[in-house]
Write a protein of this length. Structure first.
Lengths: 319, 319
């Protein structure tokens, strides 16, 4: 039985195996994903993003518990970017997620590397696809919102929660540019801290400045203390409210169109690149190209043109 | 006269024009870069990276002045990542660079977008190539070290300075994983602040734990107050010391090999992808593929395979 068939029967070990294969960028993965594809689309994807130290992991842990109480199966994809400036701290957080580790209705997967090809957002969407096929009702993608990579990842989510904390001070002003665009719900976590009300008010004011558009979702600012579980029920309800809006307003259709296009482009780019690398390896071209460049006999632009024209010639010869 | 020829004559406006064309991802750029390529390789590239708020822009400004005093021409590539969490603050910093704006020996270029294709590190290396061809002796690449994208950019530099500030507290522990790998020189800026000595000591200790390897460069920790210009001369001298080591030890050969390979791979990937997009546009395939995916008639993996085999067939037919 293929891994895909086992995953569709709910086999968790097969799912874990397939995810490892995705990590390792094995060629057979494509066929497995193709088999899974028609059986996906029913999971609801929630993105949780925000700066380091905002308490995202604890919040994800609480949301997981909350959805479990509603009888939902929950998948968690936790992105640990290998950034030199944030890596350590985030990996530390991960340890806290352990309380769900014996629950068969919870599947947690950390993605730390960007994979050999295609980057973190490709791996994330592939892993989410497997969780979807495995029968997870809710998939939570947690990422540190510091770079473009992470913003791309958040695009995979139906509902995106941006998590802030009081006391980041001037940063609130600094981040105003892009942050408002990506959040469907804003969360001020660690709401017991001094300045929480001010942070929430400032966020609300910024959101108010964008005039409410008829028929569009108006993001709200929620307050939570994830450590103590305060505000989690309200947040869960707000997520469900956004979901109801998302499904009923037709936003979902636009979302799916954009997602299809993004996935297609990503896969196209990676597949072509892999084909070229394989062609070079098969024809012992790697070392020759390298030597020519290192000896200044050719510049990289011309070297690429040469390889591509050889590739095209070769595929013509085969026909 | 081609833009490339004008750039090689030192025409600053032609260089600015070519950089705009790089930003706009115009097809004729490749030919211009090919023409420039044989005339490059003499500029020395310095990377400055570190977390937001470390005072990198001020430091770059001071280093620029320092190298100008030595009669060197200086190009600055300032990366403004479009991250929603850092964007605003960094663009604000940029305004301080103005004091060199009337100096013909200084060429400053901000890169804010990641470009249509190929990402920020491709644009950065192309822009650095133009500055090199224009006759800049020193090229400083300034970037916020928060993501993998930025780490990739730093790889373009011969000497990388990692800038830290006192008072980031626990972060020092958190960042230890990757940061030590990428820095040739560590700078504790805002050294008048409380805790500067501790931060410098902690960094030194971490560096000491990596046993000194015979024949390898041993990074030092420098202290600066960029606002007041303190420590800049020492830092400049340390950069020149690393440069001397870099050139005499043979490290440069390994560096150039890796850079050639990285550039080749990046260009190969982008060029193939562009070719595919062009092929789809020329054959009116875009809408058909999109419609099929949106109607669930095909999954993105199979759609990509179909397009690639059409492409190969087409190139065979032409021969």
């Amino acid at each position: 039985m293929s891994l895909a068939e086992q995953v569709l029967e709910g086999n968790i070990r097969a799912a874990a195996r397939l995810m490892r294969d995705i990590d390792d960028d094995r060629p057979q993965v494509i066929d497995e994903l193709k088999r899974l594809y028609p059986h996906t689309g029913s999971a609801y994807i929630i993105g949780i993003t925000g700066p380091p130290g905002a308490g995202k992991s604890t919040l994800v842990d609480q949301l997981t518990a909350s959805f479990r109480n509603q009888g939902k199966k929950v998948g968690v994809v936790a992105i640990d970017p290998t950034s030199p400036f944030t890596g350590g701290a985030i990996l530390g957080d991960r340890i806290r997620m352990n309380r769900h580790s014996c629950d068969e209705g919870v599947f947690i997967r950390s993605l730390a590397t960007r994979g050999a090809l295609g980057g973190l957002s490709r791996s994330t969407s592939d892993v989410a696809l497997v969780m979807d096929a495995l029968g997870m009702d809710i998939i939570i993608i947690e990422t540190v919102g510091v770079g473009q990579d992470e913003v791309d990842i958040v695009k995979e989510a139906h509902t995106t929660c941006v998590v802030m904390v009081p006391g980041l001070g001037d940063d609130i002003q600094a981040i105003k540019a892009g942050i408002l665009e990506i959040g469907d719900i804003f969360v001020v976590n660690k709401a017991d801290r001094e300045g929480a009300d001010r942070t929430a008010r400032e966020l609300s004011n910024m959101l108010d400045m964008r005039r409410a558009v008829e028929g569009k979702w108006n993001p709200r600012v929620m307050k939570t203390e994830a450590q103590r579980g305060t505000g989690i029920e309200d947040l869960t309800n707000e997520i469900l409210a956004h979901r109801a809006f998302f499904l009923s307003s037709g936003t979902i259709n636009e979302f799916l169109r954009e997602r299809n296009q993004r996935h297609f482009m990503g896969i196209l780019r990676d597949t072509l690149f892999k084909k070229a690398l394989l062609f070079m390896a098969d024809n012992n071209l790697c070392i020759r190209v390298e030597t020519d460049m290192n000896n200044h006999r050719i510049d990289p632009y011309s070297a690429v043109e040469k390889i591509i024209s050889k590739m095209m010639q070769d595929s013509a010869d085969r026909v």
